[in-house]
Design a protein around this ligand. Structure first.
Ligand code: ZN
Length: 180
């Protein structure tokens, strides 16, 4: 069809409607998921990763940027906050994937493609994501304990998000650019 023709605009309109439908479906799913998680737990730990930076450096393009993780974190934050619960944000430089959750040795050779790996120090076999989650949970609990005992390097925002006070210089501006 010709650019600018009646047919063109009609197709463009149809495609726009489909995109909107997909967006709404995803949003609906994220609402249900965040509701379920926030109702089930007293605190939730997430990593403060920068999705925009990640999508650029890894060449995942828009797929990662659009995957709704930022939206999910936002929904989790306010749904937890409504119930007086806490969302713990772990610093994006915390080596959650590279650290062995058993002995805490950091595996500097771990590549993104390594889905499973064995710790050279203690011999534990890891599933990459499971290991990463264990580390994040441990770190999150540690942050909560530090906060509970009055550690002044942590701050609980009015939004119910608990994180390190001293964020890296660029962290704030990058997060804003993510459209969060
Ligand atoms: Zn180990």
């Amino acid at each position: 069809m010709k650019y600018g023709s009646a047919n063109y605009w009609e197709q463009k309109h149809k495609i726009g409607k489909l995109h909107k439908k997909a967006r709404n479906r995803r949003k609906d799913f994220l609402h249900k998921l965040s509701r379920k998680v926030s109702d089930s737990f007293d605190a939730v730990v997430v990593k403060d990763i920068n999705l925009q930076h990640m999508s650029q450096s890894l060449n995942f393009g828009k797929a990662v940027y659009d995957n709704g993780y930022g939206m999910l974190r936002e929904m989790l934050a306010y749904k937890l906050n409504e119930q007086g619960k806490i969302l713990v944000k772990v610093d994006k430089f915390f080596p959650s994937s590279k650290r062995c959750s058993v002995c805490h040795e950091v595996n500097h050779d771990l590549k993104l493609s390594d889905r499973e790996w064995t710790c050279k120090s203690c011999g534990t076999q890891h599933d990459r994501d499971r290991n990463s989650c264990k580390n994040l949970l441990d770190e999150g609990k540690d942050i909560l304990n530090r906060w509970a005992s009055g550690d002044s390097s942590l701050i609980l925002a009015p939004s119910g998000v608990l994180s390190e006070k001293k964020l890296h210089p660029q962290a704030h501006s990058n997060v804003r650019q993510d459209g969060e």
